[in-house]
Design a protein around this ligand. Structure first.
Ligand code: KIV
Length: 279
């Protein structure tokens, strides 16, 4: 059954934790979808984990559309959310609606995500009015990395926590159907989760959220050397892949691969053919 915005609403009501993973390509989308995850987020984190940028700021609409299209083709049941990149919604409300529409029309997403609270409520309102479901994102919003002075935990003071709660209430009022809470204290995430009726999806926000999201390269330990505090490694796919690549190189160089089992045969006399070729 396809997950929809209604599934999210029902899950919050029933206390059924929402699962979300980032995803950027067709084959991974198929694997995740088969595993039964509720939602796939084509995050602008793709700039860092797929394209090798130091942050998410260089990601373009074309990048996100390209990857969203691939994920949509692999996601039979999971709700696909396309992330709105830096400067694709900040400039004007009209620009925000147009670009949100592109993620649905060209990318095949069922919803979009954008960063910000009170400051982007006009954009959220207008996108929702255009019948595009919106997920908001507050706390450590990576597109504001320069304004924050680095990737830092947010909402640690009473004033900062209060401002996050106000953001969440404003987002809900503007019509977002869910909100991502990134890198905030779990006590603050709990207060937000209790204050709003829309589901909260945490990443580095503790256990009291209505759902969780992780960047899949992190939870599969694909980079090995990089493990933020909030990440749990659920499988060491990095080690499995490195070992497989090394075995391929070793067996190819030694001649163990390809063996007869990996080769095609033909019903011809190779010696006769070689003689013909010589003439
Ligand atoms: O871009 C992304 O992957 C995200 C998640 C970390 C929530 O925004």
């Amino acid at each position: 059954m396809k997950n929809t915005v209604d599934t999210f609403r029902r899950q919050k009501e029933q206390g059924d934790i929402i699962t979300m993973l980032t995803c950027y390509d067709y084959s991974t989308a198929k694997l995740m979808d088969e595993s039964g995850v509720n939602s796939l987020l084509v995050g602008d984190s793709l700039g860092m984990v797929m394209l090798g940028y130091p942050d998410t700021l260089s990601v373009t609409m074309e990048d996100i559309i390209h990857h969203t299209r691939a994920v949509s083709r692999g996601a039979e049941n999971a709700l696909v959310i396309g992330d709105m990149p830096f400067m694709s919604y900040q400039v004007s409300v009209a620009q925000a609606v147009e670009n949100a529409g592109r993620l649905i029309k060209e990318g095949g997403a069922q919803a979009v995500k954008l960063e910000g609270g009170v400051t982007v409520t006009e954009q959220i309102r207008a996108i929702v009015r255009a019948s595009v479901p919106v997920v908001a994102h507050i706390g450590l919003t990576p597109q504001s990395v320069n304004a924050f002075g680095g990737f830092k935990v947010q909402g640690k003071s009473t004033e900062a926590a209060r401002s996050l709660i106000e953001d969440a209430l404003a987002i809900e009022e503007a019509g977002a159907f869910a909100v991502v809470l990134e890198a905030i204290p779990s006590s603050v995430a709990k207060l937000i989760t209790e204050a709003v009726s829309i589901p909260t999806i945490g990443i580095g926000a503790g256990r009291h959220c209505d759902g969780q999201v992780l960047v899949y390269q992190d939870m599969l330990n694909l980079f090995g050397n990089l493990k933020p505090k909030f990440v749990k490694i659920f499988g060491d796919a990095g080690a499995v892949m490195r070992d497989a690549f090394a075995s391929y190189i070793e067996e190819t160089k030694s001649g163990a691969f390809p063996a007869d089992a990996h080769s095609f045969t033909a019903d011809i006399d190779a010696d006769a053919l070689a003689a013909i070729m010589k003439d």
